[in-house]
Design a protein around this ligand. Structure first.
Ligand SMILES: Cc1cc2nc3c(=O)[nH]c(=O)nc-3n(C[C@H](O)[C@H](O)[C@H](O)COP(=O)(O)O)c2cc1C
Length: 133
């Protein structure tokens, strides 16, 4: 069963852009062969990640992610079946919105289904949860 899994967390230490790029590469190298897609949003030490894939694969990955010392306070928000992927073309897209002057207008999410829950959550995140979902 295809699922969408969304969580938030806080980086243990602020990530430099090179560290974010290295993390993205690590994600892509593992996600690509395992049919995992999604995106990782980073905003001044806060993460939000959308993971899409087979339930067992995503649950196994989330166990590893949860125990990764690079972040903490890992909080699962959404775990739900989906019929189609929202990030079909991203083995892990990375969007760094730290210090973006015009959030969220400056962000273009590559979503296949623009009114999806993922998009609403991502926009809410980019507003620092000012907008309730
Ligand atoms: C914010 C964050 C997001 C991550 N996302 C993924 C991911 O999408 N895919 C992945 O394989 N690893 C991801 N990781 C890395 C995993 O936590 C872990 O380091 C990786 O799966 C390798 O684990 P292993 O050495 O036990 O195989 C992420 C780590 C962090 C801190």
């Amino acid at each position: 069963m295809l699922i969408e899994f969304i969580y938030t967390s806080y980086a243990s230490e602020p990530f430099l852009s090179e560290q974010l790029t290295a993390l993205q590469k690590q994600c892509q190298d593992h996600n690509n062969p395992n049919q995992i897609t999604g995106m990782l949003l980073y905003d001044n030490q806060q993460f939000m990640q959308v993971l899409e894939g087979e339930q067992a694969v995503i649950e196994a990955l989330f166990k590893k992610i949860k125990s990764d010392p690079r972040h903490q306070q890992v909080k699962a928000l959404i775990h739900t079946p989906i019929t189609e992927r929202n990030f079909a073309n991203w083995s892990m897209g990375l969007v760094d919105i730290s210090d973006s002057p015009d959030r969220p207008e400056c962000i273009e999410f590559p979503l296949t289904h623009p009114s999806s829950l993922s998009q609403r959550l991502l926009i809410a995140f980019s507003h620092h949860f000012e907008d309730a979902i």
